[in-house]
Each structure stands twice: as structure tokens, then as C-alpha cells.
Design a binder for this molecule. Sequence first.
Ligand code: GDP
Ligand code: IMO
Ligand code: MG
Length: 421
Amino acid sequence: MTVTAIVGAQWGDEGKGRIVDYLAQRAEMVIRFQGGDNAGHTVVNEHGTFRLHLVPSGIFNPTTRCIIGAGAVVNPDTLLEEMAELARAGISLDNLWLSERAQVVMPYHRLLDGLEESARGGQQIGTTKRGIGPAYADKAARTGIRLGDLTRPYYLAGRLAQALPQKNLTLQHFGQPPLVLDDIVAQATAWSETLGPRIVDTLPMVRDAVRSGQKVLLEGQLGVMRDLDWGTYPYVTSSNPIAGGAGAGAGLPPSVISDVVGVVKADCTAVGAGPFPTELTDEVGAQLRQVGQEYGATTGRPRRCGWLDGVALPYATWLNGFTALAITKLDVLDELAELKICTGYRLDGQVVQRVPDTPDYERCEPIYETWAGWQTSTRAARSWRDLPWQAQAYLRRIEALAGVPIRYISVGPEREQLVVI
Ligand code: GDP
Ligand code: IMO
Ligand code: MG
């Protein structure tokens, strides 16, 4: 288990932060490989409760080097706020490093995310409005600003002078006042003064860690069903949270990734628009939301809740190459008399066992099998045999559907509320 990717197997918020925090106790390096402050990775440990947006979830182990990789998009303002919050809680940031190749989420990206969402009218994606899509769009258009540019004022001024007129035209189109180049340069200079010493070429660090056999964790943001290529496009994020994105985003060859842990919520939730076939809009869905405290860690929006999707799960296994699963929030199901798992979809009168493209996916109706609930608390379980037989049967079914063994079962938000198999 030298290089392990920890990725979301559903629609996001599976509990990746919680699993990374646990594993980072014995890891030398954690790299966030994509996404930005759209992430809300909740960590509950002896230092308190934290909702991390950009800082890798390994930050609580003072000996773990934490890197924000080239594949990420970084809003320096939110990063600085998050760092200040961690520092106030007594968490050392000495080991936090930022790739000079990571993109900067500029003030205009955030503005445009909100304006573009409004312009979508009834077809909103439900983005987090953190500027993620516009920042990745500029990256692909090669007009992006990178963190390293902040440390080279002359170069930065030239890049901004090229990018800003286009942005101002777009802002003008939305009836917004233009941004002033000098103000943005001044802002960028302030960022470089505070973040500059952490902005480095992270590749030699990563290469040396891997070559010397150190334990490296690759922390994904979001889940496969919001992947830019394989998720429910256009209701997706603008990067690749699947394990295939990890090598490119972290700066290592895919062949060195020895383990891929798929994080799976024992039920399923989604924030934002788009197809989610097992969504429950009844009182069971409301109960899952209430018991699981399912509110977006970044936007506070109520999460859409539903049953585990046993068709989307093997899709996630294939796309990521899971070598193990981490099941989270088993305890959220404790009170239910019965549970359902989706094992197929009905699409235009046919039964299908694949994840179709979005326009078809929107018409899919779930086909369920029913499982007995256990109606007893699992929160104190620390070994497999502590779990009620109904919970064991439910978990075995998830393993069979995914075709991957379960290695971790989380029965509460706290670090030690975990069964390790
Ligand atoms: P992430 O984005 O994948 O890191 O997940 P989030 O942090 O957005 O959402 C997971 C939520 O579930 C957080 O509020 C966690 O504290 C909480 N959580 C994680 N694991 C468990 C668990 O096993 N049981 C319960 N009850 N809550 C959990
Ligand atoms: P973590 O890392 C849940 C969703 C948004 C929207 C879509 C695109 O905590 O799992 P974006 O702002 O990325 O352009 O929004 O993706 N989304 C998330 N949903 N958890 C997240 O992060 C999310 N990050 C983005 O709701 O549907
Ligand atoms: Mg989250």
C-alpha cells in the first residue's frame, strides 16, 4: 500500500476526508490532485471538527507532507482563510506545499460562475459557485493563471493583461462593471507575499517520496458520477475525480498507484442537479437526511438522499479500478426496518444494468431488492463480529455488487469510529 488513491464512488460527500484523515496517521504524504474549494471534506478528530475545502485531509498528522497538486484549482483567499482557521486550532501548517503548476481561481472566475448559473435559467447545474468551472475552462483555453505566476510579478502582469480584457467583455455582457488590472495585480502580489514560500515545484518531492517507498495518499474531490467525462454530464464538475485523474493531477505515473480505495456511503446522496435514480423524496429520504445530517459542507444545501445504487457502484469500480472499499455512514441506517439496494434500471420498458448517458439516465427508474434492517446501534462496533448479522449481510451484498472487498467500515464521523478488516 505505497501509493493509494482515495476516491469517491458515488456523487460526492462519501466521507473521503474522514478516511484520508484516518489513513494519514500512517502516511508520509497526502496530495489533493484535482478540484478546488468546492470540496467540503469533514474531519472529526481529537483537534475538533473541520470542514476542509483545499487543504489535504492529512494536515492533522504533523509529519505528513500535504501537497495541493498541479491538477487542482486554488482560490488563494479561501486557502488563506482555511489556513488561519487551522492555525487557530493549533494545527501546524509547516508541511503544506502548493504546486506552482496549480491554477488560480481568480476573482472573475467566481463572479462568472454565479452569472453563468443564473443565465442557465431552468437548466442550472447547481454548482457550488466557487468559480471551479470557469477556472478549469481558462486552464483548457490556456488563459489560466498558475500559482507560480504569482511569484513572478512581471510575467503575471503580462498574463493578466492578456486575460482580463476578455473577462471584462464577458462581465460587461452580464451588465457587470469591469475589473481593473492594477487592482488584480495588487491582489496577486498580496497573495504571493503570504503564500509565496509554499509555492514550489512539487514534483521532486513527490518523486522522491515514491522512489523511497514512502506511503503516499492521493485525495480525490467529489465522486465518479460528477466526473467531467464519466459523470452525469453536464451536471458534473470540471475535472476528473476518478483515479485516472490522480496521476496527472498529483504528478506521478499511474503505474505506481498500487491501491485505489473507493469510498462508498452506505446509502447515497447528491448535491446539485442531474439524474440520481435512487433519490427518495418521501419521509425515508427525509429521515436519511436528518439522521445523516446531510447538508452540503460547502454550500449548506440539503443533500438529496436515496438508496445505495448497485448499478452505479460497479461502474465506479471499473472506472477507478478499486482494490478495496471504505463504507461510511453505516450507522445512519441503524434505525431502518428495511433497506433497499438498486440492482438495475428500467429504461423505456427494458431492464438495463449499465449507466447510460444523461438524457437516457434521466428516464431510468430504479429496480430494488429489499434487505432486512438491524434496528440496533452500530456506532460502538470496532470489529466485523461486533456488527449485527443483517448489517453483515447488507455489506456482503455491497461487496458482491462492487466486486471488491471492503477494508474499512465507518460507523460514526469520528476518527476511531471505524472497523478495519
Ligand atoms: P467528503 O466530501 O467525501 O469528505 O464527505 P463530507 O465530509 O462532505 O460528508 C460526509 C459527512 O458524513 C460529514 O459530515 C462527516 O462528518 C460524516 N461522516 C463520515 N463518516 C461517517 C459515519 O460513518 N457516520 C456518520 N454518522 N457520519 C459520518
Ligand atoms: P466533495 O469533495 C458534493 C457538485 C455541485 C454540482 C457539481 C458542479 O465534498 O465531495 P462545481 O462547483 O464543482 O462546478 O459544481 O458538482 N459538487 C459537489 N457535490 N460534494 C462536493 O465536494 C462537490 N463539489 C461539487 O453541487 O452538482
Ligand atoms: Mg464533501
